[in-house]
Design a protein around this ligand. Structure first.
Ligand SMILES: C[S@@+](CC[C@H](N)C(=O)[O-])C[C@H]1O[C@@H](n2cnc3c(N)ncnc32)[C@H](O)[C@@H]1O
Length: 676
């Protein structure tokens, strides 16, 4: 076909021009006809130029896009790109987006596997390949014509005007680095099991004012008008963010979470119409950290859909009068102002985001996808405090994996979840060097319940309980005056409790005088670091054949660098005598100040068995969710503990404050990760 014949066909209609270029693409794809076809394109460009006239007359335009205007420019000065009316014509949105990509502080695409969502005529995909030499860039678009035009643009830039290949610094051509595919967001990558390191996109953010339009089949034979509308409008996506027009981006982000590698980065160009906070929140509530790379203002498309949203909700969008205005006006006002000939604009920002705990967030979303989508609208993985995030996200991931595998919670023995008891034993072994197994541990809903059960188990005629621990015991145990007659034999269910101060010398004096059958006490702070108070209590109770329950809750830290507790230090070298048991209530998590679980440790099998019987008979099992919560904290602490690097885990007091909660583990994990 001659140039004139070609132009004649293009002149007929947009569809005819598309058909002409499609045949030309076939020639470009065939190495035998490629040179001739590429030269033909050059001739076409010089014959008709890039003017608006050409676009209107011949339904295409070939124009140069200058790359040397952008931050950190290197490599080719310009790319040559064609466009047809049924696809997106690069404008402010594209240029802001590309500028944003260039503003990223690192060379983020080098050797990476990248996807561009909504590649349009492909210029950004090609520019990424040209400037950063990625391993591969997939340019994806739902509009079949956009994909074909992108392919033509790929050949146009991979070969020079004479049809000769253009090699980059690594002796590769653009053909080696770029692929274009028809794809609804990331469906192509999902179907081909492609794992991405970068996902970038500038995709529509306004609901199509005509919802039926979006239910049409998307084929290359659809009307030009419909195909072009795919650049500016989207349909409802079933996400919370639909109410701001951001449903398509929300879906892109969630699809991205599934296919992105753990350290991957996503970059989106976002119209600031819903307000900065709403835009950021879309990412943050899905577990991302967000940085704004670049911001400009842009003019607008038909915003009537946003006016409709304002009608039905208290939300107000953010527009400006003119390009330089800074006083926001709502969509309704902007629409009216625009109709009356005024120019309106809105902010346009490029956001870069990265998952904070990628593997865990991926597990959470994988679970939600398996039939729990409705939960995702209330999902909030945004945390101001990193320590809270470091604790809650692993828990949600664990819960997700449990719920995904089991339709109901499993039955666990009354002594507590086996895994949880193993983790407690593991923590005691690793962090406090106390050789325990899960069989040494019985779990209770709280330390109060643990203490009450212990007292019920032994039904002592007289027990001495430290005054901090008596608060929740049955009143009648505290008010009975039966001490004198204790030896005369009272009915079995009466327990007499004497309150004692939490100070070992006073406690020991009372033990010696009153000879209780059971002693329950904590350790005063000033006595906690050494083991001498504990040893004296052991001796005093041992001598009179009394049981000792020692509560260490106030000193027990859920930390990667726990402070020294004298009792635990003692137990690392000496077995716990059979008349003694350790009680520990766990409350020091970051998130739920009232979520308690407790455990009792003993070396005596009979006591452990009897205690778990009391759970069965008296108080009921400990909620599995609470055990899972603390189980996760122990698991994290155990997973990231670096025993070989920190053989002496006992730390000096001045560092306790800085090393308090599990958040610290993550820092250490990251440091460690780098050296693997
Ligand atoms: C504003 S254009 C951006 C084009 C190009 N990146 C640029 O900046 O010039 C948005 C593109 O997203 C595409 N798009 C819309 N919905 C899509 C979807 N669900 N999946 C993939 N692409 C989509 C449109 O066809 C359009 O080409």
């Amino acid at each position: 076909m001659t140039l004139e014949e070609f132009l004649k066909q293009c002149e007929q209609s947009g569809d005819a021009a598309y058909a002409a270029f499609k045949s030309l693409l076939e020639k470009l794809e065939d190495p035998k006809t490629r040179i001739e076809a590429r030269v033909f394109l050059s001739d076409l460009q010089s014959r008709v130029g890039s003017s608006d006239d050409c676009f209107h007359k011949y339904h295409f335009r070939i124009q140069d896009i200058y790359l040397d205007r952008y931050e950190g420019y290197q490599g080719r000065k310009k790319l040559t790109m064609m466009v047809i009316p049924s696809i997106f014509m690069p404008e402010d949105w594209s240029f802001t987006f590309y500028e944003g990509l260039n503003r990223h502080p690192d060379s983020i695409f080098k050797e990476k596997t990248v996807a561009e969502l909504g590649c349009g005529n492909g210029w950004i995909t090609i520019a990424i390949a040209e400037k950063w030499l990625p391993a591969k860039v997939y340019g994806l678009d739902i509009n079949p014509r956009a994909v074909k035009v992108s392919c033509i643009n790929l050949y146009m830039n991979a070969f020079d005007e004479k049809g000769q290949p253009i090699y980059d610094a690594e002796k590769k051509t653009l053909l080696d680095r770029v692929e274009f595919h028809e794809s609804d967001l990331l469906s192509y990558c999902r179907e081909h099991d492609i794992k991405l390191e970068r996902i970038v996109g500038c995709i529509p953010q306004i609901l199509n004012p005509n919802p039926e339009a979006m239910s049409k089949m998307i084929t290359e034979n659809a009307s030009e008008e419909f195909l072009h509308s795919l650049s500016n409008y989207c349909a409802l996506q079933g996400f919370l963010e639909d109410q701001f027009g951001l449903g398509l981006i929300a879906r892109a982000v969630e699809e991205g979470i599934a296919v992105i590698k753990p350290t991957g980065i996503m970059i989106f160009n976002m119209g600031g119409r819903p307000g900065q906070g709403v835009c950021r929140r879309l990412f943050e509530r899905r577990g991302f950290r967000v940085t704004r790379l670049w911001q400009t203002k842009a003019g607008d498309t038909d915003i009537s859909a946003l006016v409709e949203i304002e009608k039905n909700s208290p939300h107000r969008f953010e527009f400006f009068m003119g390009l330089s205005g800074d006083q926001p006006i709502c969509a309704r006002t902007a629409w009216a102002y625009g109709k009356a000939g005024g120019r309106i604009s809105h902010g346009l920002s490029v956001y870069s985001c990265q998952l904070r705990q990628p593997n865990q967030v991926k597990v959470i979303f994988e679970f939600l996808r398996s039939g729990f989508q409705e939960i995702s609208s209330s999902l909030d993985l945004s945390f101001e405090d990193d320590l809270v995030a470091d604790e809650k996200i692993p828990f949600l991931a664990y819960l997700s994996s449990v719920l995904k595998e089991n339709s109901c919670f499993p039955y666990e023995p009354p002594a507590g979840c086996k895994r949880f008891r193993n983790l407690i034993a593991g923590f005691m072994k690793t962090y406090h060097h106390i050789p325990l197994t899960s069989d040494n541990v019985v779990v209770f809903p709280s330390r109060t319940v643990a203490i009450e059960n212990a007292l019920r188990l032994f039904s002592p005629h007289l027990a001495i309980v430290d005054e901090h621990l008596t608060r929740n015991l049955p009143r009648k145990w505290l008010t009975s005056l039966a001490i004198e007659t204790a030896e005369n034999g009272l009915s079995d269910d009466v327990v007499t409790v004497i309150e004692a101060p939490r100070q070992s010398d006073l406690m020991i004096e009372l033990i010696k005088r009153l000879k209780p059958q059971v002693v329950v006490t904590g350790i005063a702070h000033f006595e906690a670091v050494t083991s001498s108070a504990f040893v004296q209590l052991l001796d005093a109770t041992g001598e009179i054949g009394s049981r000792l329950f020692l509560d260490i809750s106030d000193h027990f830290e859920l930390s990667s660098l726990p402070g020294t507790i004298g009792v635990l230090k003692y137990l690392s070298g000496t077995p716990l005598p059979s008349h003694a048991a350790i009680v520990c209530g766990l409350v020091k998590n970051q998130v739920y100040s009232d979520l308690e679980v407790a455990f009792v440790i003993s070396e005596e099998e009979a006591i452990l068995k009897a205690l778990s019987k009391t759970v069965e008979i008296l108080e009921g099992n400990t909620s599995l969710i609470s055990q899972y919560y603390y189980g996760c904290i122990f698991h994290e602490l155990l997973s990231f503990q670096l025993t070989d690097r920190h053989p002496h885990l006992e730390i000096h007091h001045d560092s306790i404050e800085n090393a308090y909660y599990p958040g610290k583990i993550v820092d250490r994990f990251q440091i460690d990760n780098k050296s693997y």
